[in-house]
Design a protein around this ligand. Structure first.
Ligand code: NAD
Length: 498
C-alpha cells in the first residue's frame, strides 16, 4: 500500500515521462499522418502531452504486425506454461510501477490517485496474474465417439483480437481485454479511449519488458471515428472486444456486418437499480454502499447504481443518510489523498452531466449537490448530486448520465419495485437490500441484470463474469468464461484401425 502525501504525488506527477506514440510491432512510432491530439488533465485543464493520433494506416500496420506475430507462433503456439511465466512477470512489473500506473490514469481522466493506486493498478496486476495462473490448468475434450475414431475438441486462439476501450477505468478496461486474450494465445490491437491513452501505452511497454514477443500487443491511440472505426471494419481482425457506450457498441456490430463478420462482444451502458426494502437489516450500511455505488469514480462507472428504489416507509430516513454522505464526498484535487472525489473526464462530459442536472431541477427535488465546481479556478468537477421523488418516466431515471447523480424513487410493493427496476433498456447490474433470504432469491431471480448483488453493491471479482443483458450488451469480461470470446472450438477427428 503506497502511503504518499499530496506533495509526494505532485512531485511524482511532475517527474513523469509520458509514452505518447503508438506501440506497433514492439516499438513506439508516430502516426503515419504525423497527427497528434492533446491529452488534457481534467483537474487542471493543462495539456499533459500530445499523443500520436492513429488512423486507418496505423491500424492496418498494427493488424499486420499482430497477424505476423500470430503466424510466427512464438506466442500463439507457445506452451501455456511459457505464456503464464511472461504474464506473471507483467503482473510483477505493474506492481513495481504501481505509483506511475496510478498517476497516469489519475492525470489522464481525473480519478483519485489513491483509488487508482489501491484499486485500479493492483487490480490490473491481479487480473494478469489470475489469467496467467489459469491458462496452464485448462484441459480440452475428447468426444464420445465409437472405437476407431478419436475426436479431439480443443480451444484454439482466434488470431488477431481488436480491443476498443473506454476512459473510465483506462488501465483496468485494457487489462480485462488483454489479460484473457493474450493468455489464450492471441495477438491484440488495442485502441484506448482518446481521453485516456497513457496507461495503455505504458502497459504495452511493460509487456514487452516482461517478454511478450514483438507484435503480440499493439496499442494504437486515436479517435473513435478514425482508429476505432478502422479496427471495427478491418478485414483481418478476428474478433472485436468492445467496452463503451451502447450507441458505439451497435456501430461495432454494423462494422462487423460491413466487413468480415468478425465476432463482436459489446459491453455497454447501464442504469443499474438498487432496491432497498424496509426489512433491510442495516440502513447505515445500505446508505454507505448506495453512496459508494453511485459516487465512486465520480459516478463514471457503467454499473453505477444510479436508480435507488426505496420502500416508502424508510425512504426519508435513507435519503437523509445519503445527503450526509454526499456532503462528505465533495470533489477535490485528485492527487490529494484527502480528496473524496476526483474530476470528471473532460469538459464535454461535465457539460453533459450539468445539462441533465439542470433540466432535472424543474421536475424532481434536488436534495444534495447540483453544482459544477472549479478547484483552484480550474477543472471539471461536479458535486455528488441527489434527486428525490424522481418519476419512473423521467429522463433522470432512464438515461445514462455517467456522472455523480442519484435518482431516488419510492415504491410500495415488491412487485412494483421489480417492475420499475426492470423497466429499462439496460440490464448490467442490480442490487437488493433485504433481511429476508426468500425475498433476496425471489427478487434476484426476477431482475434482468448480468450481476445481482445482495446486501452490497457492484460485487465484482476475477472469479465471476462481468457483463450485461439487453442493451448493456452480451460480452462478458473476467472469469474463465471470458476466454470463450478469445478462442474457437476446433475438432480434429482421427480414424485409426481397431
Ligand atoms: P464511447 O462509446 O464513447 O467510447 C468507447 C470507445 O469507443 C473509445 O475508445 C472511443 O474512441 C471508441 N469510439 C467512439 N466512437 C466510435 C466510433 N464511431 N467508431 C469506433 N469506435 C468509436 O464510451 P466512453 O464515453 O469512452 O465510455 C463511457 C461508456 O462506456 C458508458 O456508456 C459506460 O456505461 C460504458 N462502459 C461500459 C462498461 C461495461 O463493462 N459494460 C464498462 C465501462 C464503461
Amino acid at each position: 500500500m503506497l502511503d504518499y502525501s499530496h506533495e509526494d504525488w505532485k512531485a511524482r506527477a511532475a517527474a513523469l515521462e509520458f509514452r505518447n506514440k503508438a506501440f506497433i510491432g514492439g516499438t513506439f512510432v508516430d502516426a503515419a499522418s504525423g497527427e497528434t491530439f492533446d491529452c488534457i488533465n481534467p483537474a487542471t485543464g493543462q495539456v499533459l502531452t500530445q499523443v500520436a493520433s492513429g488512423g486507418e494506416e496505423d491500424v492496418d500496420r498494427a493488424v499486420r504486425a499482430a497477424r505476423a506475430a500470430f503466424e510466427a507462433g512464438s506466442w500463439s503456439r507457445a506452451a501455456p506454461e511459457h505464456r503464464k511465466a511472461v504474464l506473471l512477470k507483467l503482473a510483477e512489473l505493474i506492481r513495481e510501477n504501481l505509483a506511475e500506473m496510478a498517476l497516469l490514469d489519475s492525470l489522464d481522466m481525473g480519478k483519485l490517485v489513491t483509488d487508482a493506486a489501491t484499486i485500479d493498478a493492483p487490480g490490473s496486476a491481479h487480473f494478469f496474474q489470475w489469467y496467467a495462473e489459469a491458462i496452464d490448468k485448462l484441459y480440452d475434450e475428447v468426444a464420445p465417439t465409437g472405437p476407431g475414431d478419436l475426436a479431439i475438441i480443443r480451444r484454439v486462439p482466434l488470431g488477431v483480437v481488436g480491443a476498443v476501450t473506454p476512459w473510465n477505468f483506462p488501465l483496468d478496461m485494457a487489462t480485462w481485454k488483454c489479460a484473457a486474450a493474450l493468455a489464450a494465445g492471441n495477438s491484440v490491437v488495442l485502441k484506448p479511449a482518446e481521453q485516456s491513452p497513457l496507461s495503455a501505452l505504458r502497459l504495452a511497454e511493460l509487456a514487452a519488458e516482461a517478454g511478450l514477443p514483438d507484435g503480440v500487443l499493439n496499442v494504437v491511440p486515436g479517435y473513435g471515428q478514425t482508429a476505432g472505426k478502422a479496427l471495427g471494419l478491418h478485414m483481418d481482425v478476428d474478433t472485436l472486444a468492445f467496452t463503451g457506450s451502447t450507441a458505439v457498441g451497435k456501430l461495432f456490430m454494423q462494422y462487423a456486418g460491413q466487413s468480415n463478420m468478425k465476432s463482436v462482444w459489446p459491453e455497454t451502458g447501464g442504469k443499474s437499480p438498487n432496491l432497498v426494502f424496509a426489512d433491510c437489516e442495516d440502513l447505515d450500511a445500505a446508505a454507505d454502499m448506495a453512496a459508494f455505488g453511485v459516487f465512486f469514480n465520480q459516478g463514471e462507472v457503467c454499473s453505477a447504481n444510479t436508480r435507488l428504489y426505496v420502500e416508502r416507509g424508510i425512504k426519508d430516513a435513507l435519503v437523509a443518510k445519503l445527503v450526509e454522505r454526499a456532503e462528505a464526498m465533495q470533489p477535490g484535487d485528485p492527487l490529494d489523498p484527502a480528496s473524496k472525489m476526483g474530476a470528471i473526464v473532460d469538459e464535454a462530459q461535465t457539460e453533459s452531466i450539468m445539462r441533465h442536472i439542470e433540466s432535472g431541477m424543474g421536475r424532481a427535488a434536488l436534495v444534495a449537490g447540483g453544482t459544477r465546481l472549479r478547484i483552484g479556478g480550474a477543472g471539471c468537477f461536479v458535486q455528488p448530486t441527489i434527486f428525490d421523488e424522481v418519476g419512473q418516466e423521467d429522463p433522470l431515471a432512464r438515461e445514462e448520465i455517467f456522472g455523480p447523480v442519484l435518482s431516488v424513487i419510492p415504491f410500495d410493493s415488491e412487485e412494483e419495485a421489480v417492475r420499475m427496476a426492470n423497466d429499462s433498456v439496460y440490464g448490467l447490474a442490480a442490487s437488493v437490500w433485504t433481511g429476508s433470504l426468500s425475498r433476496a432469491h425471489r427478487v434476484s431471480d426476477a431482475l434482468h441484470a448480468g450481476t445481482v448483488s445482495v446486501n452490497t453493491v457492484d460485487a465484482l471479482s476475477a472469479v465471476t463474469p462481468f457483463g450485461g443483458m439487453k442493451q448493456s450488451g452480451f460480452g462478458r469480461d473476467l472469469s474463465l468464461h471470458s476466454l470463450d470470446k478469445y478462442t474457437a472450438l476446433k475438432t480434429t477427428w482421427i480414424k485409426y484401425q481397431t
